[in-house]
Design a protein around this ligand. Structure first.
Ligand code: SAM
Length: 471
């Protein structure tokens, strides 16, 4: 029976009545199928310590592991130490890992010191989730002598989540900041600055932890005239170097949004095959290794009519293996500079007023599929649609922040930053695109009214002394 029908038949009042009448609940449960029992167990809500345990204890003998696990979960709500031996029995002997996890969690939820040796024993369980539950239970007693010592033994646990939790508990925050600047501030010499040159050269002069958000679309691999590399390996090495620097200049816990997509190098003749390069998937492991934490993948979807048609052949012959879908998507991979601090820490670095001004209060896209038309530009062949930049800027930065694009192209990100009360720092190597950026940024002629907000256009020679004086 589906849940919508069940919810009509078994309403809240009925569950409350059954909860208060043990006999009625026992006989009701006897005649129900597994789906209904699970439904009731999920809806039992609060259970006071005086509540009759019998119906739930009965269900611990049920064949269905889901029912046993949910029964343990409900029994745990009663905070009744006399249940400890029941929990230990299921934690030690049940063949279902789901039930074991729930039982160890129930032991921990007792918050009773009798549970300590049992929880310590489960720290060596082979199921990382069981270990995690045991850790959670023990953290309540973290200040007792010996407990930290037991937890420390897990510092080299093979499971990365366990290692992370233990490391934070035992050693505290591990992020070492190299900056004395406040989190919501940045060096004035970067403000609304466009530097022409090779980004690798320019970034040498940008201090650690200067940037609040980077959003970029790197040059393609040999797909367009501005991107010529000897090999795919050389291309990936280049991006790796740049993104390492982006990591260094990003503030603690802040975001990097990377727009890429697989590209295709057409065949040289009918006797050869074309080759497809999965750029997002090849860059991803490099980013994680250098200290970016993967947060989300957003798919930018364009109308089919706006992309190259690859279907002509298959449309005719319809033979398997020759299927070539039209590539209407690009990836926006969202990363955060790895830290053990939570997002709340970042938010708390801002005044209430700034947080309030930065809130996204109107309608917004709730899924990771962003349908946005591409923008075509007479000068630059691969520009960001402004809507794409607007979303990234609003979702991942605060007003007054410094937003960076190392491969600025026509500077769309700079325009979005200014329109949304942020500041930009852009680097771009081609002179013709720098001129395009000038046009872009002066489009709305009142945008830069305050003098200290005027964009400045520098080359690397004029940028270096400013970076030294930090003005
Ligand atoms: C895909 S385009 C970016 C387009 C941009 N998102 C926009 O909205 O116009 C990549 C840009 O990176 C620039 N670029 C390539 N290698 C560079 C380098 N080493 N340093 C700085 N810019 C570079 C190219 O000239 C090109 O304009």
């Amino acid at each position: 029976m589906n849940r919508a029908i069940l919810s009509k038949q078994i309403n809240k009042e009925m569950i409350e009545e059954l909860k208060n009448d043990t006999q009625a609940l026992l006989s009701f449960l006897q005649n129900q199928n597994d789906g209904t029992i699970v439904y009731i167990l999920e809806k039992l809500g609060r259970l006071e310590s005086g509540y009759s345990k019998e119906p739930l204890l009965n269900l611990l003998n049920n064949q269905n592991e889901n029912i046993r696990a949910l029964s343990l979960k409900n029994l745990a709500k009663m905070s009744d130490v006399s249940l400890l031996s029941v929990f230990v029995k299921y934690a030690s002997n049940d063949k279902s890992t789901e039930v074991k996890r729930e039982a160890v969690s129930a032991v921990g939820r007792l918050r009773n010191e009798k549970a300590i040796p049992i929880l310590i024993k489960f720290l060596t369980d082979s199921d990382p989730k069981v270990v995690m539950q045991a850790i959670r239970g023990l953290l309540v007693f973290a200040n007792r002598p010996g407990i930290k010592q037991e937890l420390k033994k897990l510092l080299n646990h093979p499971n990365e989540l366990i290692k992370e939790v233990i490391n934070k508990e035992v050693n505290g925050f591990s992020y070492k900041s190299n900056s004395t600047q406040k989190h919501d501030e940045f060096s004035a010499f970067l403000k609304n600055t466009v530097v022409q040159g090779d980004v690798q050269e320019i970034l040498k002069y940008v201090p650690d932890e200067s940037i609040h958000l980077t959003f970029t679309s790197p040059p393609y691999y040999n797909a367009r005239d501005y991107s010529i590399y000897q090999s795919y390996e050389e291309y990936l090495n280049f991006l790796e170097k740049v993104f390492k620097e982006v990591h260094r200049i990003t503030k603690e816990g802040r975001f990097f949004v990377l727009n890429t997509s697989p590209i295709i190098i057409p065949r040289i003749s009918r006797a050869h095959a074309s080759k497809r390069y999965p750029i997002p998937y090849d860059i991803h492991p490099l980013l994680v290794k250098m200290g970016w934490e993967f947060i989300d993948d957003i798919v930018w979807v364009k109308p089919e009519a706006s992309v190259k048609n690859r279907n002509a052949g298959f449309l005719q012959h319809r033979k398997p293996l020759g299927y070539k879908p039209n590539a209407v998507s690009e990836m926006l991979m969202v990363y955060r500079k790895k830290t053990d601090k939570l997002l709340d820490w970042n938010i708390h670095q801002y005044s209430w007023d700034k947080v309030k001004k930065s809130k996204v209060l109107d309608e917004y896209e709730t899924t990771n599929i962003w349908r946005i038309d591409p923008t075509f530009d007479r000068i630059h062949s691969a520009v960001f649609p402004i809507e794409l930049c607007n979303r990234v800027v609003r979702f991942y930065s605060f007003v007054g922040d410094l937003i960076f694009d190392p491969f600025a192209g026509s500077g769309t990100l700079g325009r979005a930053a200014i329109n949304l009360d942020r500041h930009f720092f852009l680097t771009e190597k081609e002179a013709k695109y720098i001129n395009r950026i000038k046009e872009e940024l002066y489009k709305g002629n009142n945008l830069f009214s305050p003098k200290n907000n005027q964009p400045r256009f520098l080359d690397i020679k004029t940028f270096i002394p400013l970076s030294k004086e930090k003005i």
